[in-house]
Design a protein around this ligand. Sequence first.
Ligand code: NCD
Length: 352
Amino acid sequence: MDFQGKHFLSTRELTLDSLAAVFRVADLLAPVAQGRATTRVLEGAVLGSLFFEASTRTRLSFEAAFQRLGGAIVNTTGFTFSSIAKGESIYDTARVVAGYVDTVVMRHPEERAIHEFAEATHIPVINGGNGAGEHPTQALLDIYTIEKEFARIGRPVNGARIALVGDLKYGRTVHSLIHILSLYQDLTLSLVSPEPLRMPAELVEHARSRGHTVEEHDEVARGVAKADLIYATRVQKERFAEGELSADYAPDFQISLGILNAHGLPHTVVMHPLPRDSRPGANDLAQDLNTDPRLAIFRQTDNGVPVRMALFALTLGVADGIEKTFQPARWWRPERIGPDDAEFYRPGKAGA
Ligand code: NCD
């Protein structure tokens, strides 16, 4: 797809060429995302940031991305302070906001709201997460991260064995990711979830129709065996339908150092869209991998900024020649962002 002037609501529209375009611009913008250079290509542009559902990294990384391109933001969070609480339709809200800004990112708990919103305007609308539907920009930064992690360990994405683990029914990130993965060739997709939280059949069929091998497992041990990548997810209890499963339903699908060691996975990349549940008894991703180079979760979140910058630059038509606009940043930045940041994993290095 060509991004300029288009909405970005789903990963269904993507092609390998459009992914390559995003990756190219994201690579160029990495120094700006990392605070080592500046650009003002979006000076004067305004982003409408509308988050009607909980968010930390998605909202902040979209807003940081737009501001690092020189743009400004207007925003609203939650329903309480929005006119939707007075009964306003999504269509009316969308048309009004579109008159104030140049592009919008919206997150909404109902799947169809983003489509109603996008129908009300010609300014580009980006889906920041629509209920249990999709989270297309998360999947973009996920595949950008997968490409980078796999390049580092010297293996192609084509032919890889990829385990998606956890709540595959309500986890919208894996819905968007499986579409993107389906663009590649000869993958073995191991879908590991408790029976009631399986990947929707339509998405399984889509991957199979593209020639991939899809296995479904209801226990972690068999599902992660020989995986090149484990993508863990949180059980989305907030999306359980009334009476469907109890609100404290929390099967143990935890990915931990013990699981990697028990299954002999020395080169496996571990990802998670975050947030992971870090409370006692949590069950998605243990803390004991925090300094392990296989854990890519913070490289993944860091990658969200250049990827979202690239998407803005492409949809608003300022990507060409962008590097010529760079100026060196004047402020101090540390060498490493986090004290526990593991060295990037390279085969043959300690921990490999
Ligand atoms: C995810 C989401 O909101 O879908 N978080 C995110 O945006 N990275 C995953 C989740 O909430 O579990």
